[in-house]
Design a protein around this ligand. Structure first.
Ligand code: PMP
Length: 440
């Protein structure tokens, strides 16, 4: 939405010429622009601001850290905030993940995970292993390494000549394939695709499989079918392929568990998290790995990888305070409860709007998909630009939602509805009212 056309030419640029209103303030689940217009943050930014905006206890923790030190270079100093956050993260992490490698965002976390995996293979004398299998569609980050494992053609196409092609298997979108997601045979069916691909590629060349336990932007909150995550774990173990959980979006409590993999009791070898980890208070992410992997790499000459802002004390202080707030305020339980309510209400919209083909997700990681025919799940033509249009209509009415059009293979428009974990029933009412208006 371009407002204030009289604004002077900006010295900023981002992805397009489109200009957005200037942000003034953000509090709780709301944001205000400089013209005083209020927006309900129905997507928590890009599924980032999980605990809501301007949480006073997080701000206070950041102020306290700022008074002491805002930066200490990682190779010169460790810091207490990073130590405490690592300890807390290890308590929340899958078993065996005792240490954290801190970064500034999701792409850096994914890069770190892939590179640690590769160095682990080298340390074990398995130099042939370099392929990282991922899914289509998927999004794992913007940097060239993370992009190579990303299954989203509009973002990868210009750079293909610069990346080594990585194998992709279909994401388990049972709702499109007419399969029952609650039938374990469905999970087995999609997991077999991974096994077949590992065998085809030559297991000795396959380094890792990267997967979002609950899908984010690319699949629109895809919840894996019954048995899938467990079967994937078993297949990876069978072929010595490292399992990487990308919890950049699903981690941090939004699904009702701190890490979404917990819903299936599956422990990955490597796990990456960002976005909700510091919930928009600071650029922060983490890469965690099973202890034996970290030790093998550190003993084999060290991890040849690093970032200037790694373990930044201010970001880590924010991250620690965010986790404490999530725990102390019972936000994960609220995400599960309010998420269930919001999902029911979204499903209710299907009675009124036949063009809603699917509603899915876990906790407050929710999405709905628009189709021209619900029986055949035929998407609307891309030329209609529905994913942009609905977002713009809602935006003009003061509701922010997040959309993606899946491209390559199946094409479709889906929309993420993911308010902060502090959302109440009243916020659900407000979201539903504006959304219903917008869809109408
Ligand atoms: N992985 C996933 C699953 C993501 O959703 C994203 C961001 N949308 C990333 C990685 C990359 O994170 P960032 O934009 O912070 O680099």
């Amino acid at each position: 939405m371009t407002t204030s056309p009289e604004r002077p030419r900006s010295h900023l640029f981002y992805q397009s010429r489109r200009r957005r209103p200037l942000l003034d303030q953000a509090r709780g689940v709301y944001l205000w622009d400089v013209d005083g217009k209020r927006y309900l943050d129905g997507s928590s930014g890009a599924m980032v601001c999980n605990i809501g905006h301007s949480n006073e206890r997080v701000l206070e923790a950041m102020r306290r850290q700022m008074e002491k030190a805002t930066f200490g270079y990682r190779l010169h100093f460790e810091n207490e905030a990073a130590e405490k956050l690592a300890e807390k993260t290890a308590q929340l992490a899958p078993s065996g993940m005792e240490r954290a490698f801190f970064v500034s965002g999701g792409s850096e976390a994914v890069e770190s995970g892939i590179k640690l995996a590769r160095q682990y293979a080298l340390a074990k004398g398995e130099a042939l292993r370099w392929k990282v299998i991922s899914r289509f569609p998927s999004y794992h980050g913007a940097t060239l390494g993370a992009l190579a494992v990303t299954g989203y053609t509009p973002m990868t196409a210009p750079f293909e000549a610069m990346m080594r092609p990585m194998p992709k298997i279909p994401a388990p979108r049972a709702y499109l394939d007419g399969l029952d997601p609650d039938d374990p045979a469905t999970g087995a069916h999609y997991a077999e695709m991974l096994e077949r691909r590992i065998v085809e590629e030559g297991p000795e060349t396959v380094l890792a499989f990267i997967v979002e336990p609950v899908g984010g932007a690319s699949t629109g909150a895809l919840v894996p079918p019954a048995g899938y995550m467990r079967a994937v774990r078993e297949i990876c173990t069978k072929y010595g392929v490292l399992l990487i959980h990308d919890e950049v979006m699903s981690g941090g409590g939004r699904t009702g568990k701190f890490f979404a993999g917990e819903h299936w009791n599956v422990d990955p070898d490597i796990l990456v998290v960002s976005k909700g980890f510091a919930a928009g208070y600071a650029p922060l992410g983490a890469m965690l790995a099973q202890d034996h992997i970290v030790d093998a790499v550190l003993d084999d000459g060290g991890f040849i990888h690093g970032y200037t802002y790694a373990g930044n004390p201010l970001a880590c202080a924010a991250g620690l305070a965010v986790i404490e707030e999530i725990e102390n305020q019972g936000m994960m339980a609220n995400a599960a409860k309010i998420g269930a309510l919001l999902k029911e209400r979204l499903k209710g919209l299907m009675n009124r709007f036949p063009f809603i083909g699917d509603v899915r997700g876990e906790g407050l990681l929710l999405a709905f998909e628009l189709v021209s025919d619900r029986v055949t799940m035929t998407p609307f033509p891309a030329s209609l630009g529905l994913h942009d249009k609905l977002v713009e209509i809602a935006y003009s009415k003061g509701l922010i939602i997040y959309s993606r059009r899946t491209r390559g293979g199946y094409e479709g428009d889906h929309f993420l509805v993911c308010p902060p974990m502090i959302a109440t029933e009243a916020h659900v009412d407000e979201i539903m009212e504006t959304l219903t208006d917008s869809l109408a």
